[in-house]
Design a binder for this molecule. Structure first.
Ligand code: NAD
Ligand code: TYD
Length: 354
């Protein structure tokens, strides 16, 4: 039976993952969700499982070494899945510092705790029989690879070349994870996924923001020409991929996770307007994001051929279900877009109409 630490489990992907594990993994005895509940963390995402006796919520900071060590002592974790992060590129352009402390130093704190609680012998990693019963999984992003031109795809061997303070902090964290494996033999995996979509995403990100604005007949702010391409992955496919890596991934390996869905931003925005029966006149092209990556595309050959995972959602079905979810959860969106978020929105998009 497993004792799992999930960090950032009150955020978008983390809360979907907590749901996924509790409903799919009968070998998990305890799941501890450590989350600081920043603006992006929302316990409302987890109300339906709070009575589950396997689930424990801890309100705290991954950068709090004492707390993290205490949790390792108390729960005897054998698995760590690290989601907690500052995750929004636009915010990292305004204020990079918290991205470095949370995403890099926070990762190091978790690695240190794992290293000191899991009695690892660095030389074990060279053994053919190396099958540790503990594992640390770093949830990273395809953005660490930088931007692609019109052709090509990100492979696990693509050199890291991050362009935003966010992606630079995630790439730095990946390097530290790698170093703890190489130097201390810590049994790690790194997963690098493309843009996720689905329920519970904070409406500062493209898809929920555009749905929210369209429903309120507000302008839809498209950066630059809107021809930037992202490779969309349904969050439930992402959760299934992480569970697969935990179960079967080779120790020390990086796995890219992608949904084979390259779409230009403007296509997504138009699709949302069409489904919601709103006019394209709501689209407003605004100033482009500085250093805006033009195209991301994931080559997921390694995880599909080696571990047998494949995305189950088609983009059409996934988007239809996602739009429906936001339609049915407008109160959820209203609650989290009040207060502090409104100030952020004003600073970010203040000069726009609508
Ligand atoms: P999110 O912003 O929705 O959630 C982040 C969560 O981390 C929140 O619950 C927040 O409260 C928590 N958190 C932040 N700082 C913390 C701290 N110091 N201590 C404890 N908890 C803290 O993020 P998300 O979109 O769910 O992304 C999760 C992970 O996946 C991140 O590591 C992100 O880099 C990565 N990722 C996300 C995407 C995407 O499309 N959303 C794509 C690729 C990779
Ligand atoms: P986002 O959801 O912020 O994810 P990321 O920057 O991590 O890819 O943005 C997705 C794409 O949508 C990206 O190319 C930026 C663009 N975008 C807009 O055009 N307008 C917006 O208001 C936002 C938030 C994003």
């Amino acid at each position: 039976m497993k004792n799992m630490l999930v960090t950032g489990g009150a955020g978008f992907i983390g809360s979907n993952f907590v749901h996924y594990i509790l409903s799919h993994s009968s070998d998990v005895e305890k799941l501890v969700n450590l989350d600081l509940l920043t603006y992006a963390g929302n316990l409302e995402n987890l109300v339906d499982i709070q009575e589950d006796s396997r689930y424990h919520f801890v309100h705290g900071d991954i950068r709090d070494r004492e707390l993290v060590n205490r949790l390792f002592d108390e729960y005897n974790f054998d698995t760590v899945v690290h989601f907690a992060a500052e995750s929004h590129v636009d915010r990292s352009i305004v204020d990079p510092e918290i991205f470095l402390t949370t995403n890099v130093i926070g990762t190091q704190m978790l690695l240190d705790a794992a290293k000191s609680h899991w009695k690892i012998h660095p030389e074990d990693k060279y053994s053919r029989e190396y099958k540790p019963d503990v594992r640390y999984l770093q949830v990273s992003t395809d953005e660490v690879y930088g931007a692609l031109g019109k052709t090509g795809m990100f492979q696990e061997t693509t050199p890291l070349s991050p362009n935003s303070p966010y992606s630079a902090s995630k790439a730095s964290a990946d390097m530290v994870v790698r170093a703890y494996h190489e130097t201390f033999g810590l049994p790690v995996n790194i997963t690098r996924c493309s843009n996720n979509y689905g329920p519970y995403q904070f409406p500062e990100k493209l898809i929920p923001l555009m749905i929210h604005n369209a429903l309120e007949d507000k302008a839809l702010p498209v950066y630059g020409d809107g021809m930037q391409i992202r490779d969309w992955l349904h969050v439930q496919d992402h959760c299934a991929a992480i569970a697969t890596v935990l179960e079967k991934g080779r120790i020390g390996e990086v796995y890219n996770i992608g949904g084979n869905n390259e779409k230009a931003n403007i296509q997504i925005v138009k699709l949302i307007l069409q489904v919601l029966d709103k006019p394209e006149s709501l689209i407003q092209h605004v100033q482009d994001r500085p250093g805006h990556d033009r195209r991301y595309a994931i080559d997921n050959t390694k995880i599909t051929t080696e571990l047998g995972w494949a995305p189950a959602h088609t983009f059409e079905r996934g988007m239809a279900e996602t739009i429906q979810w936001y339609l049915e959860h407008q109160k959820w969106t209203e609650r989290i877009t009040s207060g502090v978020y409104q100030q952020y929105y004003k600073n970010m998009y203040g000069k726009m109409n609508g």
